[in-house]
Design a protein around this ligand. Structure first.
Ligand SMILES: [Ca+2]
Length: 362
């Protein structure tokens, strides 16, 4: 039989109170540490945001004073459109120049861009651009089909989680069936970075010309075409539906990646690559419709000395840069300076591409 506790109820009550006090003190200490950590994190975030804002403001004054929109005026722009074969891109010449590349303070504050996303688009820096020519539209489904037929390329694993009514899926969907209805003049989507490059190589061989994906700086130079706003028509998101096939009110049933444009374009998925208003360079759908692969390797921010990465970095590159946003993106993603990192073998029904040809039209 166990021996009875002789210390009595008072002793036990005392022990109990002591234990409760000790637990209370420990809880108070943990709470104090949590508050201190919270304050520290908030301070770090605040100082990061502050330095981001200082960087943006300092650079903006340089940019806006030095912009040269006149080379993009209709008077100075070449109206020559060239096409090397029936399904080849219709090419428009883009002048050489100096691009202030990256996020402007006005855009950052207007759209309340998350700090982590903004950091990818900074610092604002100068990029020297040589003349080139670029497809006035995204590569179409019909153009890609010619290549896919020639190479026997089949439907393959494509991320159709954007905008499809059924559950998010990956599997049998591919460029032929991206999860929504498309016509021949729509942009091809569900094409990986590798496949886009292979298409460019095939087209180069076929035409004897030099086709490739745009460098990221070339893409932004052509998309901005001398403009400084979030979009080529300015900073007014309500006017977006006259200019961009992004996620607008008619796409409200689909889960967008960010807030919808505050207007209705009546288009839910992709649309005719030659439709809509062109930008001052004469290009269609640089923003929206299909988001577009570029040649470059993603970096966490820009090298302020220039944007060209070393060839070594380009070869061992885990993620390439996608630009312009798509039919399923709202104002935070579908704009001139936003950057999206994607693995080179990734396929999505949001992402297609357009090509450049290295020499401008004569
Ligand atoms: Ca596009």
């Amino acid at each position: 039989m166990p021996e009875k506790d002789k210390r009595g109820p008072d002793y036990l009550r005392l022990r109990y109170q002591e234990r409760r006090q000790a637990m209370g003190a420990r809880a108070a200490l943990i709470a104090a540490i949590a508050v201190a950590v919270g304050i520290l994190l908030a301070w770090i975030q605040d100082s990061q945001r502050q330095s981001l804002e200082e960087m943006l403001e300092a650079r903006d004054s340089v940019t806006l004073a030095s912009s040269t929109p006149s080379i993009w005026s209709a008077r100075n722009r070449s109206n020559v459109v060239i096409q090397d074969c029936p399904n080849c891109p219709e090419l428009i010449g883009v002048p050489a120049g100096r691009l202030a590349m990256g996020l402007r303070y006005e855009t950052y504050s207007l759209l309340d861009i998350p700090a982590r996303q903004a950091a990818l688009e900074l610092p604002l820096h100068w990029a020297e651009i040589e003349a080139f020519s670029i497809g006035r539209s995204e590569v179409t489904k019909a153009a890609f089909a010619e290549y896919a037929d020639a190479k026997g390329l089949e439907v393959d694993d494509c991320d159709t989680s954007a905008g499809v009514q059924t559950k998010a899926s990956r599997g049998l969907a591919g460029w032929q069936q991206p999860g929504f209805q498309q016509f021949d003049n729509h942009p091809v989507v569900c094409v990986s970075w590798q496949e886009a490059n292979q298409y460019a190589a095939w087209l180069s061989e076929k035409t004897g010309q030099s086709y490739r994906l745009p460098r990221e700086a070339e893409w932004e130079w052509a998309a901005r075409a001398g403009t400084q706003g979030a979009w080529f028509w300015g900073n007014d998101a309500e006017r977006a539906c006259g200019y961009v096939n992004g996620a607008s009110q008619s796409g409200a049933q689909t889960p967008p990646q960010d807030a919808l444009f505050p207007c209705d374009d009546g288009i839910r998925f992709t649309t005719d690559t030659n439709s809509g208003q062109t930008n001052p360079a004469g290009l269609n759908h640089m923003i929206g419709n299909a988001a577009e692969w570029t040649l470059d390797c993603m970096t966490t921010g820009y090298n302020p000395e220039g944007t060209l990465s070393s060839s070594e970095a380009q070869q061992n590159c885990p993620e390439r840069v996608v630009r312009g946003g798509s039919w399923s993106d709202g104002p935070v993603t579908a704009r001139a300076s936003s950057r999206e990192p994607r693995a080179p073998d990734y396929r999505s029904n949001r992402i297609g591409f357009r090509l450049v040809r290295e020499l401008p039209p004569e």
